[in-house]
Design a protein around this ligand. Sequence first.
Ligand SMILES: Nc1ncnc2c1ncn2[C@@H]1O[C@H](COP(=O)(O)OP(=O)(O)OP(=O)(O)O)[C@@H](O)[C@H]1O
Ligand SMILES: [Mg+2]
Length: 258
Amino acid sequence: MALIELDHIVKTYDLGLSKVPALRDIHFSINRGEFVAIVGQSGSGKSTLMNILGCLDVPTEGHYRLGGRDVGELSDDELADVRNLEIGFIFQSFQLLPRASALENVELPLIYRGVAKKDRRERAIAALEIVQLKDRMTHRPAELSGGQRQRVAIARALVTQPSLLLADEPTGNLDSKTGEDIVQLFLELHGKGNTIILVTHEPKLAARCPRAVRIVDGLVIADGPGRAVAMANAEALGAEAVAQLLAAQHAAEAPRHG
Ligand SMILES: Nc1ncnc2c1ncn2[C@@H]1O[C@H](COP(=O)(O)OP(=O)(O)OP(=O)(O)O)[C@@H](O)[C@H]1O
Ligand SMILES: [Mg+2]
């Protein structure tokens, strides 16, 4: 059974005088353990879709089933539980507490759940180990690089062992190399069985994901292997975009040093 089933999802923002059709007819499924990139231009509806997937917003029409349950039929309390227990969010701007150490930031979701201190520490350290930041756990966000801050945010999302990791443009504030490292980390988490949905508008990052879904104006216009979807996207943009994607793929395939 699919973990996520989007059944003809429509989302229209009602601004009184005008209506914005952000999602027009989104229909696809994601299985447990998949790693899917969502690509599309600014304003195409990616964040709107992520908000629905994360149970932060509800569709205007259609049904969203998560783990077989129709999210539209859950009460507010049940929805809050789904958000807390099943979903880990990772944002572009990291959203870490500035005065707290890396370790304390990662512990936070466990504090909300009333996990006892010793258990909390152990689980937070284990999550920081996964993102290879155990040696920086006493640092505050300001004492970390951008890529390290995003790793802390990923550890915070992982610490509760959610069934679904949602990352909306997590590489948007990072330089190109660091962005690729974060995608590499997601690929490793995917290898361990995590289900991940990653929004990116960088074709070369989508090209590295096993599956990519391309959205244009609130409609899915391509769904397939990341490489193929990224290439179709680049072809639509023109020769320069194709050349850039091929160069990035070539660089990624070159033997790595260090
Ligand atoms: N709260 C809102 N109220 C009204 N319109 C909105 C709201 N949020 C988004 N929109 C509109 O819905 C459309 C989709 O927006 P969305 O934020 O999902 O795009 P996006 O693909 O995430 O873009 P970006 O790459 O810039 O983050 C846009 O036209 C946007 O202006
Ligand atoms: Mg967005």
